[in-house]
Design a protein. Structure first.
Length: 312
């Protein structure tokens, strides 16, 4: 009952009746049976005694609850055979083949649990350059515990990570079978454990991920990693120098490819996991090597130089 209705009902009890028009702002009083027309004068409303009104209202609530309970029983009876059917179909399945994980906390919890359950190897692709020192420090205990069980870690970064001192220090702290390699470009973030479960992003900001246990999809992701791994350049524990031919480094050659595709400096930086300033410095060095005075001329000279014909 609204405040206006409560006030009007109290006045009706004190005065014995109220005018019908006074209840226009509190129709709940008539709906609940707390006011009823005066049989002697329909312009007035008389109150129902509280001792009579309260039991009536309580009975209405009890009837409402009884109807809901009857509906619950019917729904339960209807779903029981369906649930039994679903249980027979899913018996023996430990987890759904694809699970949507919403939020960083849930994603990290699922990956941590999968690493705890793993017994052999974790494969990881980390795009976008080096991870922050805070993220690396948070991952250190989990990764060391994984390695201490005799498991193996292989990680793919972009070439920009090769110059990250925090990343190098992180891997030097780990004791176990760890290898890191780099490429100019890699896939989106990916984690594959024991060739049995994989984690991939399901949104651009990586706040939603998929936990994949479908064997064909996991096998596809595993094969993708292996092919990238064989194309990558070792970074840890033994670092191999990135090849440079005719004064053009591997990174500059990658930038040349993207320039030919017509990408902007910002797009090139994003693709190669570096900031825009660094990308522009490499473009300037490439222009100096090829003797270019303009971006248009640089594209022409790249095509004429044979830089893109060299093996990557």
């Amino acid at each position: 009952m609204c405040e206006a209705g409560s006030t009007l009902y109290a006045r009706a009890l004190r005065e014995g009746r109220v005018q019908h028009q006074d209840a226009d702002d509190a129709p709940c009083l008539i709906d609940f049976g707390l006011l009823h027309p005066d049989i002697d004068d329909m312009a007035w409303l008389r109150p129902t005694a509280p001792a009579v009104a309260l039991p009536q209202l309580l009975r209405g609530i009890e009837d409402h609850i009884a109807r809901h309970r009857e509906r619950e029983e019917k729904l339960t009876a209807m779903f029981e055979p369906l649930m039994a059917l679903d249980a027979r179909q899913t018996s023996g399945t430990e987890a759904p083949e694809i699970t949507v994980l919403d939020g960083f906390e849930r994603i990290n919890t699922a990956i941590t649990q999968a690493m705890t359950d793993a017994r052999h190897e974790v494969l990881t692709v980390q795009p976008g350059g080096a991870r922050s020192p805070e993220i690396l420090a948070d991952a250190l205990p989990r990764e060391q515990e994984f390695l201490s069980r005799g498991c193996r870690m292989r990680t793919l970064y972009q070439h920009t990570t090769r110059h990250s001192l925090p990343a190098l220090a992180h891997y030097e702290q780990l004791d176990g079978d760890v290898e890191v390699r780099t490429l100019n470009e890699v896939t989106e973030r990916m984690v594959v454990l024991d060739h049995a479960v994989a984690f991939i992003p399901a949104s651009k900001d990586r706040t939603v991920a998929l936990e994949v246990r479908q064997p064909a999809i996991v096998d596809y992701l595993f094969t993708t990693f292996e092919r990238l791994w064989h194309l990558a350049t070792p970074m840890f524990p033994q670092a191999a120098q990135l090849p440079a031919e005719n004064g053009v480094t591997t990174r500059q050659r990658a930038i040349a490819e993207l320039l030919i595709e017509g990408l902007t400096d910002t797009e090139i930086a994003a693709r190669l996991g570096m900031n825009v300033r660094t990308a522009r410095e490499h473009i300037a060095k490439l222009a100096a090597i090829l003797g270019s005075n303009s971006r248009a001329q640089l594209g022409y000279l790249i095509g004429q130089s044979g830089v893109l014909d060299q093996n990557h």
